[in-house]
Each structure stands twice: as structure tokens, then as C-alpha cells.
Design a binder for this molecule. Structure first.
Ligand SMILES: [Zn+2]
Length: 190
């Protein structure tokens, strides 16, 4: 008489449990090597590597940016030779000799790679000439270069650390004093 009322077995929770994401053992993430960043998927353009840490943005300011420019900026990347370095990767951009001279002032150990069709077709280390014309203003307000129509000329006494000297008044120019002559008015660089 007592018909046991059977409850249908609860389906609650009877289904297959959703697989829980297995937490992988915390393997040490491989340290991102700067070289893999350096040329990654740049089809055509220029890579400026081994910039002293903290100089990439200044280099970028020197080079200027077209509105449509595609640029990757690396700051404080680990480097075997420099501990920390900056890097610039610019698509479809080549640097002129005048631009290279400016960058070389800020990055005496810098390297410049030209990329064509994903391959490095040219790699050069930035070098400063012994004399640079029309690139750096002399910070001495009494210098003849500020009063007469004279192209500023600096001599490079040392590359690294950088030591510059005004050709005319012999004033030493520290790196933090370097003020560039606008690129548009740059004459040939010796
Ligand atoms: Zn001077």
C-alpha cells in the first residue's frame, strides 16, 4: 500500500565533471632573449640595437615620427653585454647618414640592422667620425657659432665615454648638453 515514491535519481552533479584546468607545475618561464625581440617579424625597415638604457626615446625624438610610422620601442631590455639596453625597431624606415651621426652620439655602442624581406641584409656598428659638422650646437653662448654664420663643428675626443669639444672655442660638451642642430639644416657630415 505504501508505494514508495521513488524520487528520480537526482541528476544534479551526475554529469561528467567539467575538466578542471590542470595547473601546470610552475616551470620557470624562459627569459625572453633580446635577440628574438630584435628582428621579430620586421619585414622591411631598420633596427637600432644596443642603445644605452634610457636613450631610445631621445633617439626617437631625433629621428622624428611620421604620423603613420610603425615603431617598436624596447626599454631596459636584458642584455648580456650591457646588462640593460634600449632598442628601436622601425618599419619601412631607413636612416640617413645625418641621422646615424645623431644616433651615434647618443649610442656609441649601438648597432644598426637593415631588414629586407625579414632578413638582415646589413649590420653596422655606429661609429662617430672625429669631426662632426652641423649636428651639435656649442653650449658656450659666446662662441662664434652663435654670432657668425658658421657651421657648428665639434671634435670627438673619445667615443665611449663620449667626449666632445667645440672646434672653435674648445668648450667641452657633455652628453647631457648635446643640443642638436635641426636635421633640415644639416650640411654634409665628414
Ligand atoms: Zn664653441
Amino acid at each position: 500500500m505504501s508505494a514508495a515514491r521513488r524520487r528520480p535519481p537526482s541528476r544534479k552533479g551526475a554529469g561528467p565533471r567539467p575538466a578542471r584546468a590542470r595547473t601546470a607545475p610552475a616551470a620557470p618561464a624562459p627569459q625572453a632573449e633580446a635577440p628574438s625581440i630584435r628582428v621579430a617579424k620586421l619585414r622591411n625597415g631598420t633596427v637600432i640595437d644596443h642603445l644605452a638604457a634610457g636613450t631610445a626615446l631621445r633617439c626617437l625624438a631625433i629621428l622624428g615620427l611620421a604620423p603613420e610610422a610603425v615603431v617598436t620601442v624596447g626599454l631596459n631590455l636584458p642584455s648580456r653585454s650591457m646588462k640593460r639596453k634600449d632598442l628601436l625597431k622601425m618599419e619601412n624606415r631607413r636612416l640617413t647618414a645625418a641621422e646615424l651621426a645623431r644616433i651615434a652620439l647618443l649610442a656609441p655602442r649601438g648597432t644598426v640592422c637593415t631588414i629586407e624581406d625579414y632578413r638582415v641584409v646589413n649590420k653596422t656598428r655606429l661609429e662617430l667620425p672625429t669631426v662632426i659638422d652641423g649636428v651639435v650646437h656649442c653650449p658656450n653662448p659666446s662662441c662664434i657659432t652663435h654670432h657668425d654664420p658658421v657651421v657648428p663643428r665639434v671634435r670627438v675626443d673619445s667615443n665611449d665615454p663620449l667626449r666632445l669639444r667645440c672646434h672653435y672655442c674648445e668648450r667641452r660638451i657633455r652628453l647631457d648638453e648635446v643640443e642638436f642642430v635641426p636635421a633640415s639644416s644639416v650640411p654634409a657630415i665628414k
